[in-house]
Write a protein that binds this ligand. Structure first.
Ligand code: AMP
Length: 425
C-alpha cells in the first residue's frame, strides 16, 4: 500500500474560518499602514543565502539552526526567507533608492524557520512587516510603535496586549555593556548550561532572554544596560518614553528584551499577550541603524517591526473575535427553498453582485443548513425565495443583526440593500 501523503511537519493548510481571520487581519493592517504613509513592497521568497547569513549574525538562532538552505541546480546556496528585514534592505540597496529620502515599506507573506513546532510556532508562518528607512529621530521610533499599537487597536486587541520596551543603546554603549556581561557570565560559567556558555563570547546578550530556568536564574542578576548607556543613548531612550507617555501608549520596560538578531541598536520592543501560553509575542521590532551599511549600502538608520499573523489569528480565535466583527464586510445570502427557485435566485444574485454587493447562494443544500451557513458566514441580510415570492416578485428579507423581516419588491430591494449596507448597520 502506498504511504498516505502528508504536509511537511510544522507546516499546515489554512482554510475556512482560520483563513478568513488571516484575511481580515491583513485587510485591517493594509488599511492602517496607509494612514502612516507606507507603500506596498514585495521581495522574492528565496534569496541567496548570504543575504540572511551575513546579516542576521552567525550566532543568531535563526542562522545557526533554523534556516531552510539548499544548493540550487547551479550550485549556489539559496535560503527560504526566515525574516523580511534583510531581504527588504537587500532590495533597497540593489534598486538604488535615494539615500536622502524617507521610505516606508510594507510587506506580508510566508516565512520559513526550522524551529521545533508547537502551539503558535510553525515552520511556515505568515507575517506583516513594516520598515521605516531613513528614520533619523526618536519621533520615527514613536511613529513606528504607534503604528503597531494602532494595528492592535483596530483589531480590538488592546486590552489583551502589553507593550514591552528596552534600549540596546548605540554601538559604543552596546560594546561596553557586552564586555561587562561577558565578564559576569564568565564568572558564573559553571552554573550555565552548555548552550548559554557557548554564547558568552560572541553574543552574551542572547543569554538574557533565555527560556531555560537555570540560565534565567543567573541572567536575573546580570548587570543592566541602563547603567552602561552613554548620554546620547540615554537621552534618545528617555525622549521616546516620554513621547509614548504623552500619547497615552502604555508600556513596561523590560531590560531583558534583547531580540534574537545581532543587528539591533537603540530601541527594541515587543507587543505580547498572556492569553496564548509560551509563544506570547505578537509583534516585535526595533531599530537597526547599522544594517544597511553592513549590507553594502550607505550609512542610513532605520527601524521596523513584524507581526505574526498566525499568532494574532490564534489570539482572536481564543477570544472568539470573529471575522464578521472585525472586517465589517456586509453581505447577502439568497436562500432558494426548492429546486424550482434556483433560476430566480441565480438571476437575483447576478443583479445584486452587479450592484457591488457580496452574495452567497448554495444550491443543493437543505434549507436549514443554508440558513446556518448564512449566519456563520456573516451575512447581514438573508433573502428567501419560494414559490410565492417568485410569482409575485415580492421577496422576504431578514435583517440578521436584529431579526426583523420585511416583504419587499425587487426594485425597492436594490436601493434598500445598497443604502443599508453602505450605512454599515
Ligand atoms: P521575529 O521575526 O522573530 O521578530 O518575529 C516577529 C513575530 O512573528 C513574532 O512576534 C511572532 O508573532 C511571529 N513569529 C515568529 N516566529 C514564528 C513561528 N515560528 N511561528 C509563528 N509565528 C512566528
Amino acid at each position: 500500500m502506498t504511504k498516505k501523503l502528508q504536509s511537511i511537519r510544522g507546516m499546515r493548510d489554512i482554510f475556512g474560518e482560520d483563513l478568513a481571520i488571516h484575511d481580515a487581519i491583513l485587510f485591517i493592517v493594509s488599511k492602517t499602514v496607509r494612514y502612516y504613509g507606507y507603500e506596498h513592497f514585495e521581495t522574492p521568497i528565496i534569496e541567496y543565502s548570504d543575504v540572511f547569513h551575513k546579516t542576521l549574525g552567525e550566532t543568531s538562532d535563526i542562522v545557526h539552526k533554523e534556516t531552510y538552505t539548499f544548493e540550487d541546480r547551479d550550485g549556489r546556496y539559496i535560503t527560504l526567507r526566515p525574516e523580511f528585514t534583510s531581504a527588504v534592505v537587500r532590495a533597497f540597496i540593489e534598486n538604488s533608492f535615494e539615500t536622502h529620502l524617507q521610505y516606508k515599506l510594507f510587506s506580508y507573506g510566508p516565512l520559513f524557520r526550522h524551529e521545533r513546532p508547537q502551539r503558535g510556532r510553525y515552520r511556515q508562518f505568515y507575517q506583516f512587516n513594516c520598515e521605516f528607512i531613513n528614520a533619523r529621530t526618536h519621533f520615527s521610533d514613536f511613529e513606528t510603535i504607534a503604528l503597531a499599537y494602532q494595528i492592535l487597536k483596530e483589531l480590538d486587541l488592546l486590552e489583551y496586549i502589553k507593550l514591552e520596551i528596552n534600549t540596546l543603546g548605540d554601538e559604543e554603549s552596546r560594546l561596553a555593556y557586552k564586555q561587562v556581561l561577558r565578564e559576569y557570565f564568565f564568572d558564573n560559567i559553571n552554573l550555565l548550561t552548555e548552550d548559554a556558555a557557548s554564547k558568552i563570547d560572541k553574543n552574551p546578550l542572547r543569554i538574557l532572554d533565555t527560556k531555560n530556568e537555570s540560565d534565567l536564574a543567573i541572567a536575573k542578576n546580570a548587570p543592566k544596560i541602563e547603567d552602561y548607556l552613554n548620554t546620547e543613548s540615554k537621552d534618545y531612550y528617555l525622549n521616546l518614553l516620554s513621547l509614548l507617555k504623552r500619547n497615552k501608549i502604555n508600556f513596561v520596560q523590560n531590560p531583558k528584551l534583547v531580540r534574537g538578531l545581532d543587528y539591533y541598536t537603540h530601541t527594541v520592543f515587543e507587543f505580547t499577550t498572556n492569553a496564548l501560553g509560551a509563544q506570547n509575542a505578537l509583534i516585535a521590532g526595533g531599530r537597526y541603524d547599522k544594517l544597511i551599511k553592513l549590507m553594502g549600502g550607505s550609512d542610513i538608520p532605520a527601524i521596523g517591526f513584524a507581526g505574526g499573523i498566525d499568532r494574532i489569528a490564534d489570539l482572536m480565535k481564543e477570544l472568539s473575535i470573529n471575522n464578521r466583527s472585525i472586517i465589517k464586510e456586509k453581505n447577502v445570502a439568497i436562500i432558494a427553498i426548492t429546486e424550482e427557485d434556483y433560476e430566480y435566485a441565480s438571476n437575483l444574485g447576478y443583479k445584486l453582485r452587479n450592484y457591488g454587493i457580496a452574495v452567497s447562494i448554495e444550491y443543493g443544500v437543505v434549507f436549514k443548513k443554508q440558513l446556518q451557513r448564512a449566519d456563520k458566514g456573516g451575512a447581514t441580510f438573508v433573502i428567501f425565495i419560494g414559490e410565492d415570492e417568485r410569482k409575485n416578485a415580492v421577496l422576504k428579507v431578514r435583517n440578521m443583526l436584529n431579526g426583523n423581516e420585511e416583504m419587499m419588491r425587487e426594485d425597492v430591494l436594490y436601493e434598500y440593500l445598497t443604502q443599508h449596507l453602505a450605512l454599515n448597520i
